[in-house]
Ligand binder design. Sequence first.
Ligand code: DX5
Ligand code: ZN
Length: 215
Amino acid sequence: MIKIAPSILSADFSNLEKEVKQLEAAGADMIHIDIMDGHFVPNITFGPGLVSAIRPHVNTAFDVHLMISQPEKYIDDFIKAGADIITIHAEATHHLNRAIWQVKDKGVKACVALNPATPINALEEVISYLDMVLLMSVNPGFGGQTFIESSLEKISRTRELMSRKGVDIDLQVDGGLNHETVPDIIKAGANVLVAGSFIFSAPDKKKAIQQLRMV
Ligand code: DX5
Ligand code: ZN
């Protein structure tokens, strides 16, 4: 089943209540919230205060993508703010296993993200504990970048790793997704699609979401 996770990085920040309500009405499977600290990535976005401010306005699951150094310092705050899924970058912590359990012990779904240059063997020892893997298909920090083609092969190899380990979990891809790049991404084995600029630049969010789901 293909799941669509619109990223509010491309939303109108002055009107996030309206934007998240529109995404819920448009059939988003989850709302992808990009947290950036200006340290792990060269951009700054939202904190837990913003996540808790928009939480009451929709029932859609919150998929919180932490692009922050030392995520373990803030995981509890984002869970309190209403995250349903927490994604930690493997590159951002010395203690990935501990950070995963910090999430899971609170009953929240745990996901590990890899930057484009990080080899998938970073997942080998933790994949059995995860609910989802996120492969970045751009260098994180900004919306509207071009999909990195070598990500396709990485997606297939990640699916192979999952079957070798006997885990059947979600495989999410983030960065440069649109109606042209998505068909090959799905063929390669991804089933959760993050899209920011494609959905927010479309005149009709519902149609854009359906378009990605159908390709
Ligand atoms: C990039 C973020 C993405 C971003 C994707 O650092 O993690 O979620 O919003 O944006 P698009 O879909 O425009 O590439
Ligand atoms: Zn993201």
